[in-house]
Design a binder for this molecule. Structure first.
Ligand code: GDP
Ligand code: MG
Length: 825
């Protein structure tokens, strides 16, 4: 009977379904599992019994006495019972779980000690009892068979209820059980002799003697319990029920983390459910729910989009808003002097303050005009501007439209005007190259009228300034005009909140890992901040300002290089600081998945359905696939965007892939598979890619002006390719050593590795297959003599005109322009 009892209790526990307990037991072993449940059951018992503790006490005592308990023990028990009652009352009243727990534990220990004593005595008693009470046994034997079945169910039911109660009282339960046991007859019985007590009561009703028979089994159980306690003394530790947030898919390790359970336990639990996964694999929400419940926690389902909600969207209070610097983008047609103007402004304003005036290019910089900072974005052109807007990052407050005074309004000038208008960003016209004799600023002004840009000089609203990036003329007026415009805009931000910003530029730096230039738009970005940016996340390891200084934080409108990303984001990606790494990772993963789904749905035919649809759509439209590799993300994106716009009813351009860095064999492979040319913007193919391309007949084209690239593709798309002036590479040389020569500057000791080096030819300096300078040679020397040409395999000395950041291992590309037949198709 005792055995049946034990089983039933166990069974009940299982049915009672305290999964948390079950789990724990799994991790530690089955036995433990059982133990945990038993305890809870005990806990439960106290509650129901609490109503009639007094009566219970007396009943319990008699039942035990037959088992051979001494008076002193009885007294102790009574005392214990009283104490326990008192405590229970407290519990009910105060619910100070912790205190109670402690008290209860003490109690428990006492009870355990007693129990052991009792057990020993009981054993003796049991032996005696058998001999002494044979008569009873005879009676009982008959009844016991019938009764056994009855009593067992009753306790089981109790236990279940108890289980329910126990869950609600997480902590107190364990300590409580013992006390309770002592208090109540039935409980006491259990405590002292295992579950015997419960049966005894029932049996007593029927016949007093049963208890003795069961005492042996109950003793075993007692011992078992004691052993378990000894082994897993930490088990009674409070089980905390957590609200576990689970998105639509979650990584096993993260789920364990959120439940504060051990990963192996969770993996085991999954295995028990027949799922063979490791901690890095993702499970769905339904599976996660089973696991969460199994561990006794509560699941809080969050839909995917909810994960974004942790991003702080609180409106700033008016009093928190402080003035911020305007962010200026310079736009205009190619060669109208955007870069020169940006450099001129920077040099005019930065050189004075900075030692040596060394500034680094991070895609943006700040200058101070009359004590007020102005932030300039130094990103490639219009497409970057639009693609940023498309990504939800409106970073520009003011557009400076550069128009060369010796030229006129050109296609890209118009494009820039349209972009500025679409973004509703005020414009300032800078009429550049005013130093040139051919300068005709008034022609520019009249030209602009046709595009609905009416400058102040024409009694309009748009400020116009005549400048020269070369002489520096008008720069101050330009900056003043900007400052004035900024004042009108009353730009404000709240430096006190968690930072948000936009990526201006991002790249994978060999030494530093992924690096992003972020323009902080609101709040203050600090070292150590955890953030999500587009599909990436990270923790700010270091911040570097536009002067190359390490800084601790960056406030609104400050551009800053951010280190500590886990991947390279894209220009225009929005950065948000969040509270925890888990949140950041979750949002990044969600976005990555969402983007993947979107691509799958929109782009490459992934399903048969889509394949069919594409085939239908393509019936009358020919497609020009291309691959784009560029030096920085901004350029790659700008080109990809421009490509999307090319095309008409008959033809369209499809960018198979665009990326940053040298052209690799993988790129060539993809190009070959799709019959696409590879367009390199300020990057080159590495040696193996070049070989493969030659073998496979894949065309690689290099560009250093986006406009040229766009033009070429446009022409190809419309089948209008004609002969044109094109560059031809005539040689490559590798820099072996760099010397300093007085009067000349830095001279590169080179080995011509391919073709010829020609003094009259154009040269480019490549570092890691990325173009870092383009210009002409100042000298080409063979031994001490100036020569016109150096052949492959020979050494020579070269120096660049106006440029001397050269290093060993750099490669010099020597090219000439010639008329060639266009082959792009
Ligand atoms: P971007 O393509 O708009 O960035 O134009 P760049 O800044 O590269 O300038 C194109 C060319 O115009 C370069 O050769 C510059 O030296 C020249 N340039 C730029 N600004 C001026 C200027 O104010 N005066 C003169 N004379 N030349 C200029
Ligand atoms: Mg430029």
């Amino acid at each position: 009977m005792s055995d049946t009892d034990g089983k039933k209790t166990l069974g009940v526990g299982g049915r009672g379904g305290r999964p948390g307990n079950v789990k724990q037991s799994f991790s530690h072993g089955r036995t433990k599992n059982v133990v945990v449940e038993t305890k809870r059951k005990r806990v439960v018992v106290p509650k129901p019994g609490a109503a009639k503790p007094g009566s219970a006490g007396p009943v319990g005592d008699p039942s035990r006495r037959p088992a051979g308990i001494t008076d002193s023990e009885m007294e102790r028990r009574l005392k214990a019972l009283q104490a326990a009652k008192a405590r229970e009352a407290e519990e009910a009243e105060k619910r100070k779980r912790e205190e109670e727990e402690r008290a209860q534990e003490r109690e428990r220990r006492r009870a355990e000690a007693e129990a052991k004593e009792r057990e020993e005595k009981e054993r003796e008693a049991a032996l005696k009892a058998k001999a002494e009470e044979e008569e009873r046994k005879k009676r009982e034997a008959a009844e016991a068979a019938k009764i056994a079945a009855q009593p067992a169910p009753a306790p089981a039911a109790d236990d279940r209820k108890a289980g329910g109660g126990a869950r609600t009282n997480k902590t107190p339960e364990r300590a409580a059980p013992r006390r309770d046991d002592q208090q109540r007859p039935s409980n006491k019985g259990r405590d002292d002799g295992g579950r015997r007590g419960g049966k005894l009561t029932l049996n007593q009703a029927l016949s007093g003697g049963d208890g003795r028979q069961r005492s042996l089994a109950s003793m075993k159980r007692k011992q078992e319990r004691a052993r378990q306690k000894a082994m897993g003394s930490n088990e009674p530790r409070e089980k905390i029920v957590r609200d576990v947030q689970v998105p639509e898919a979650i990584v096993v390790g993260e789920l364990a983390n959120r439940m504060a359970e051990r990963v192996p336990d969770v993996v085991k639990a999954l295995m028990n459910m027949g799922m063979m996964v490791n901690q890095n694999q993702t499970i769905d929400q339904d599976t996660a729910e089973l696991i969460v419940e199994e561990f006794g926690h509560k699941i809080v389902r969050v839909s995917d989009a909810d994960v974004e909600q942790v991003i702080d969207q609180v409106e700033d209070k008016e009093e928190d808003l402080k003035g911020r610097a305007p962010v200026i983008t310079i736009m205009g047609h190619v060669d109208h002097g955007k870069t020169s103007l940006l450099d001129a402004i920077r040099n005019a304003k930065v050189v004075a303050g900075e030692a040596g005036g060394i500034t680094q290019h991070i895609g943006a910089y700040q200058v101070v005009q009359d004590g007020a900072p102005l932030t300039f974005l130094d990103t490639p052109g219009h497409a970057a501007f639009t693609s940023m807007r498309a990504r939800g990052a409106q970073v520009t407050d003011i557009v400076v439209l550069v128009v060369a005074a010796d030229d006129a309004v050109m296609p890209q000038t118009i494009e820039a005007i349209n972009h500025a208008k679409a973004a509703e960003v005020p414009m300032i016209v800078a009429i550049n190259k005013i130093d040139l004799p051919a300068a005709d600023p008034n022609k520019v002004r009249t030209d602009l009228l046709q595009h609905e840009v009416i400058v102040e000089a024409m009694s309009g609203e748009v400020q116009d300034v005549e400048v020269s990036a070369h002489s520096g003329q008008g720069l101050d007026q330009l900056l003043e005009a900007i400052a004035l415009q900024a004042e009108i805009l009353e730009l404000k931000a709240n430096p006190k909140r968690a930072a948000s910003g936009a990526v201006i530029e991002a790249q994978l730096d060999v030494g530093r890992g992924p690096v992003a230039t972020v323009l902080v738009q609101n709040g203050t970005l600090k070292q150590g901040d955890i953030f999500v940016v587009g599909e990436q996340w990270g923790k700010v390891r270091a911040l570097v300002d536009d002067k190359g200084n390490r800084v601790k934080e960056a406030g609104p409108s400050v551009p800053v290089e951010v280190l500590g990303l886990n991947g390279t984001p894209e220009a225009g990606d929005v950065l948000n600081v969040v509270d925890t790494e888990a949140q950041a990772r979750e949002i990044a993963e969600y976005r990555e998945q969402a983007a993947k789904d979107k691509r799958a749905a929109a782009g490459a035919a992934t399903t048969l359905e889509q394949l069919m649809a594409n085939a239908k759509a393509d019936e009358n439209v020919s497609e020009l696939p291309i691959l784009v590799k560029a030096d920085v993300q901004g350029s790659a994106e700008a080109i990809a965007q421009a490509m999307e716009k090319i095309g008409n009813d008959e033809v369209r351009v499809r960018v198979l892939h665009s990326g940053v860095g040298a052209i690799t064999e993988t790129d060539v492979g993809l190009a070959e598979a799709s019959g696409a040319p590879v367009m390199g913007f300020n990057v080159r193919a590495n040696a193996s890619a070049r070989n493969t391309a030659n073998q496979k007949g894949v065309e690689i084209r290099y560009y250093s002006v986006i406009y040229d690239l766009v033009d070429d593709v446009k022409a190809a798309a419309s089948g209008l390719l004609s002969a044109e002036i094109r560059e031809k590479f005539i040689g490559y040389a590798e820099i072996k050593e760099v010397f300093k020569v007085t009067g000349v500057g830095k001279v590169a000791g080179c080995l011509v590795t391919e073709g010829v080096a020609r003094r009259s030819a154009g040269v480019r300096l490549l570092r890691d297959n990325v173009v870092i300078h383009e210009g002409t040679l100042k000298t080409l020397k063979r031994f001490k003599d100036e020569v016109a040409e150096v052949q492959s395999g020979q050494e020579c000395g070269m120096a660049f005109e106006n440029y001397d950041d050269i290093r060993p291992k750099d490669v010099i590309e020597i090219f000439e322009r010639e008329e060639v037949e266009r082959t792009l198709d």
